[in-house]
Design a protein around this ligand. Structure first.
Ligand code: MG
Length: 373
């Protein structure tokens, strides 16, 4: 096994878990985290949660589960190149979307609006809440009792107000420090993965066309390279040959630029990394190109009327579920009812956030449909 760089997160020197446990046998602390995440209930739910297209819209679109696996693949390859801890990288990627509501961003915005008077709702905080409190699998504690490093990596953004409430795991937002290189890497691998798979899903859905995408320089460049190698290529294969070239360019750029940044700042330890500026980064040119692709997707895919129509429906479903449960908590399943005695709105938000797309639609029909469900 390759030795990790001195600036990598060191499993043996982990800042530990909230509840003390004996050290794992034959695997590292970060491997144990990764394994616990894979066995969690929230992880299995990712299969039926939307990234952009709602689950019933087609079997081949990305879900939060396949998205998380693609992020893990990309982040792990780069982690290996940079001699970072692959297990920590993988653990953070597999957990990074656990707190997402059903119906993607439309669901999150609706739940956040419902929760406005009660402290708001934010999917990063919710991912942490899932692994810290909501999973119920262990005799000795709630949650998965993950290491500090994995938890800190999951908490990608956090307001100052929430950071003060969360304590140690959010301290970096108050002290303005960086997280581990592994956590920084997951952030950018996430963006890299969704930009590319949304191009693929956008084309597959027919909501965007190849001609439209060829107005985006990074797409056009790789599209032309694919055609140069295979002049007769068209259809899905041309899309795949283009997207895989784009991913490859972005992965190589991110690896090389980050390696150059690490060399320039020469951190000698994981602690040095926290005080340095963000070291995992794309080159300025690629960053600019990626931004143009992102803007294209926002206007042409995420704001497409067919996506907007589903988002509008999703907002209504989430809002109506929330309001019905808030006014009549006896509609909650018994375990949630018991917990709702302490903090009703937050427990309702936990219940709704944990729903898959299809479960939310079914529950909405059960509560609102006049005809039998
Ligand atoms: Mg993600």
């Amino acid at each position: 096994m390759l030795e990790l760089a001195p600036y990598a997160a060191q499993a043996a020197a982990s800042q530990g878990r909230v509840h003390r446990e004996s050290a794992p046998q034959d695997r590292s602390e970060f491997q144990r985290d990764r394994d616990r995440i894979i066995h969690s209930t929230a992880f299995r739910r990712l299969e039926y949660k939307t990234q952009v297209f709602v689950n019933h819209e087609g079997d081949l679109f990305r879900t939060r589960l396949t998205h998380s696996l693609e992020v893990a693949q990309i982040a792990r390859s780069i982690a290996r190149q940079l001699n970072l801890d692959e297990d920590l990288t993988e653990a953070i990627t597999l957990a990074h979307d656990l707190g997402h509501t059903p119906f993607g961003h439309a669901g999150q915005d609706a739940l956040n609006a419902c929760m406005k008077p009660f402290g708001g709702f934010e999917h990063n905080l919710q991912s942490l809440r899932v692994v810290d409190h909501l999973e119920q699998r262990y005799g000795g504690f709630d949650g998965l009792n993950l290491t500090f490093e994995t938890r800190e990596g999951i908490l990608k953004h956090c307001s100052r107000k929430n950071a003060l409430l969360l304590g140690e795991v959010a301290e970096r937002f108050i002290k303005r420090r960086r997280p581990s290189l592994e956590a920084q890497l997951v952030n950018l691998a996430d963006e890299l993965a969704y930009n590319n798979h949304d191009v693929d899903d956008g084309l597959r859905s027919g909501l965007v066309t190849l001609e439209q995408l060829c107005t985006v320089p990074i797409f056009q460049r790789h599209h032309d390279l694919a055609l140069k190698e295979f002049p007769k290529l068209n259809g899905r294969r041309l899309v795949h040959e283009t997207v895989r070239r784009m991913i490859s360019t972005l992965v190589i750029d991110l690896t090389h630029q980050s390696a150059a940044n690490i060399r320039a700042h020469a951190p000698k330890s994981a602690e040095d990394v926290r005080r340095a500026p963000g070291l995992i980064a794309f080159s300025a040119r690629i960053e600019k190109e990626q931004l143009a692709l992102k803007q294209f997707l926002r206007i042409n895919l995420y704001q497409h009327y067919r996506v907007a129509r589903m988002s509008s429906k999703a907002r209504r479903i989430i809002t109506e579920l929330f309001n019905a449960l808030l006014s009549e908590p006896k509609l909650l399943p018994p375990d949630f009812q018991a917990r709702a005695r302490d903090d009703k709105p937050r427990v309702i938000a936990d219940y709704i956030a944990g729903m898959t797309d299809r479960y939310a639609m079914l529950e909405h029909r059960r509560l609102f449909a006049v005809e039998p469900v």
